[in-house]
Design a protein around this ligand. Structure first.
Ligand code: S3P
Length: 179
């Protein structure tokens, strides 16, 4: 697809763990000629520790504080594609900032798809549980009302990451055409 989009705001990807925010975000940033940032990685850089270590050493609340600050800083930078950790958009301050300052894209997937994808990497502290599926089910239900506030909703279950990317680009184009 020929790319004629020139976003004047950051594009922020939200959604549950395993949905493909980082992979799709990297490709989207290339397609749009924007830089890519992953909020978890930026928190890790700022803390000098992995997300798992931050949870273990300081607890989830400290991680959430760091996450909120890092995302607020990134939103002040020139437009980029930004992938958020799965819980970030649930924070009311972060959600309000993203909704005001960026274009938000919710990548949605069913729990089967998420289970399949998260099982490739086992470093996520919230999934260190005897029943990770039940955790994802609970988080999906609890977070859906917040995620649903995103500007664009994309079904990321069915196809490949490339299909998801194409759907996002079409939605962004439709949005730009309307503006
Ligand atoms: C979390 C998701 C993770 C990371 C942390 C907490 C969550 O990011 O921020 O482990 O609360 O859903 P990914 O969604 O990128 O895995």
């Amino acid at each position: 697809m020929t790319q004629v989009l020139t976003p004047d705001r950051s594009i922020v990807l939200i959604g549950l763990m395993g949905v493909g925010k980082t992979t799709v975000g990297r490709r989207l940033s290339k397609a749009l000629g924007l830089k890519f940032r992953d909020a978890d990685e930026e928190v890790e850089k700022a803390a000098g520790r992995s997300v798992a270590e931050i949870f273990k050493d300081f607890g989830e609340a400290a991680f959430r504080d760091g996450e909120r600050k890092v995302i607020a800083r990134l939103l002040e930078e020139p437009p980029m594609v930004l992938a958020l950790g799965g819980g970030a958009f649930v924070d009311p301050d972060t959600r309000a900032k993203v909704l005001n300052q960026a274009v938000s894209v919710w990548l949605k997937a069913d729990v089967d798809t998420l289970m399949n994808r998260v099982s490739r990497r086992d470093t996520r502290p919230l999934l260190q549980d005897p029943n990770p599926r039940a955790v994802l089910e609970r988080l999906l239900e609890a977070r859906t009302p917040a995620y649903a506030e995103a500007d664009i909703h994309v079904d990321a279950s069915a196809g490949s990451h490339q299909t998801t990317l194409d759907t996002i680009l079409q939605a962004l184009q439709a949005r730009e055409a309307k503006a």
